[in-house]
Design a protein around this ligand. Structure first.
Ligand SMILES: Nc1ncnc2c1ncn2[C@@H]1O[C@H](COP(=O)(O)OP(=O)(O)OP(=O)(O)O)[C@@H](O)[C@H]1O
Ligand SMILES: [Mg+2]
Length: 510
């Protein structure tokens, strides 16, 4: 007798349909799995055998052959345990699967006891199953809240194999997990940081507001303890909440990396990924087999924060160049390549010298050669991709001891949200969301300059020997500054401010 079931495997974020076929023959006891299965899938044999026995069924004698089709698609992980076990029970005539078996998807890892264990990637799996027209998905109970975010498919959460068999034998029907009401979800507020707690640093706060409004990259440079890390972490508090589409995109990536909080499976707050400089290139851009998203993809639609920027190995920083430009990262493997989204805001922080202090400061012990070597670790092409470079100076005692608090994050966030709303209207037919994402033709379309603006930009390009990329990036930044002022047209002051942020890059690190 033949048992056939459907499941899905993931290649990046896309789900590929897999048919699990089980064939039973008389003969010497043997259990084989074919169809490019990796070690974890091969080990399913032991888990499935024990789970079937411990769920009160007989493990069939004779030859068992499991085929995972299509045979040329590599299968990873323990997610096939459940369909394999069910296929064996059906093939052995111990349970009867319903007629419409090909409208159902089964995913889950089994324990020896027959309990179901959660598996990563349930959210993209469920979304793909719904897109492919499946009507029901059976997942481990622990993953059910995550799966129920997808409204177009009926989700069943399972504690163990027995429950599922009872469901199909009509002994005890399972109750579907109700779909999550995503519209009513609210993102939790981070109260540890607030712009109001930061004394002084007005220029840095202004630059962060612009960066948040248009999704631009920023580099902060200043002596130890001036508040760079604090400023970067406070950025998360002025970013607008994600809409449901963005939240779904982000949650799917986090689901593959097994980073979903099952109590709050839809991530509504923008990601803020702080990466240590000892992180490897693969940890940052992603990789492995099966390909897993790196920090740059986990920060998608949010912030990638690289503190102590020049301490990162040059090779690690260089791999950021392509995704910073394209907003996606392609991971190529012999078994095929997959694309993860990586539309991020890069926030970097650094000291001006290896000893930390400004070269003019009497405490500075770095030699000119050491300073040059330290700063040269950040390559020109990478620097070219950073729109705002700001100095974060030492704050004098009078300012630090001032009891007056500045503007709160929620006040700043309101302005940022207004600017983002303008961008949303502008780009409603363009498939992008922020000014930073504009391609060159879109810059030409949405950033027209008047004569005096053109003249100012032209002299900046010549004097500062700016690249073509820098030219377009200045225009995008000026667009955001104009949006924050609710101006339809880019004015001279907007161009001048945008150039000023780039000027500091050239002068400080040349
Ligand atoms: N402008 C400021 N207003 C309020 N507190 C500040 C300010 N600057 C620094 N602090 C205090 O100093 C602490 C250290 O600041 P932070 O870690 O941000 O410095 P940093 O510039 O990142 O230093 P480093 O270069 O050593 O990493 C903060 O947690 C905060 O308590
Ligand atoms: Mg710091």
């Amino acid at each position: 007798m033949l048992g056939k079931l459907k499941t899905l495997t993931l290649l990046g974020l896309s789900g590929e349909e897999v048919e699990v076929e089980v064939d039973l023959h008389r003969g010497m006891p043997q259990f084989t799995i074919v169809g490019l299965a990796d070690t974890a899938v091969q080990e399913a044999k032991e888990r499935v055998r024990s789970a079937i026995k411990n769920s009160g069924f007989d493990f069939p004698r004779g030859k068992i052959a499991v085929n995972l089709a299509p045979a040329d698609l590599r299968k990873h992980g323990p997610r096939f345990d459940l369909p394999i076990a069910l296929g064996i029970l059906h093939a052995a005539g111990q349970i009867q699967l319903p007629e419409n078996w090909d409208e159902k998807v089964f995913v889950g890892e089994l324990s020896f006891q027959g309990e179901l264990r959660s598996v990563p990637g349930i959210l993209p799996t469920t979304a793909n199953a719904a897109d492919r027209g499946f009507r029901e998905i059976f997942v481990p109970e622990e993953n059910a809240s995550e799966a129920s975010i997808i409204q177009e498919i009926t989700v069943f959460g399972l504690q163990n194999l027995r429950q599922l068999c009872n469901h199909f034998t009509d002994t005890q029907k399972l109750i579907p997990t109700p779909p999550t009401k995503v519209e009513s979800l609210q993102s939790p507020q981070n109260t540890d940081y607030d712009m109001a707690h930061i004394k002084g640093q007005e220029q840095a706060k202004r630059a962060l507001e612009i960066a948040a409004a248009g999704g631009h990259n920023i580099l902060m440079c200043g002596p130890p303890g001036s508040g760079k890390t604090m400023l970067a972490k406070s950025l998360a508090t002025i970013l607008p909440q994600m809409n449901i589409t963005e939240a779904l995109e982000v949650s799917k990536i986090h689901s593959i990396a097994n980073l979903i909080d099952q109590r709050q499976p839809l991530k509504l707050e923008r990601p803020f990924r702080s990466v240590h400089h000892t992180a490897s290139g693969v940890a940052i851009v992603g990789g492995g087999n099966p390909p897993r998203p790196g920090e740059i993809s986990l920060a998608h639609r949010g912030v990638l924060f690289l503190d102590e920027f020049p301490e990162f190995p040059v090779k690690t920083l260089e791999v950021l160049r392509q995704p910073l430009e394209d907003g996606v990262i392609t991971i190529s493997r012999a078994s095929g390549s997959c694309i993860f989204p990586a539309r991020i805001m890069l926030i970097a922080a650094m000291n001006p010298t290896p000893c930390g202090y400004d070269p003019e400061d009497s405490r500075c012990t770095s030699t000119a050669h050491e300073i040059q070597r330290y700063q040269s670790k950040i390559s020109g092409p990478l620097l070219d991709r950073i729109d705002l470079h700001i100095q974060v100076p030492h704050i004098p005692f009078e300012k630090l001891s001032d009891l007056k608090t500045g503007e709160t994050s929620s006040e700043i966030r309101r302005r940022v949200e207004k600017a983002r709303e303008k961008q949303k209207q502008r780009f409603k037919n363009e498939n992008i969301q922020t000014n930073a994402e504009m391609t060159s033709p879109l810059v030409k379309k949405y950033c027209p300059l008047n004569e005096e603006g053109k003249h100012l930009l032209q002299s900046a390009v010549v004097q500062m020997r700016l690249s073509g990329r820098a030219f377009y990036r200045i225009l995008k930044l000026a667009r955001t500054i104009a949006d924050l002022e609710d101006q339809e047209n880019i004015q001279l002051s907007h161009i001048a401010e945008a150039i000023q942020y780039r000027e500091q890059i050239s002068s400080a690190l040349s």
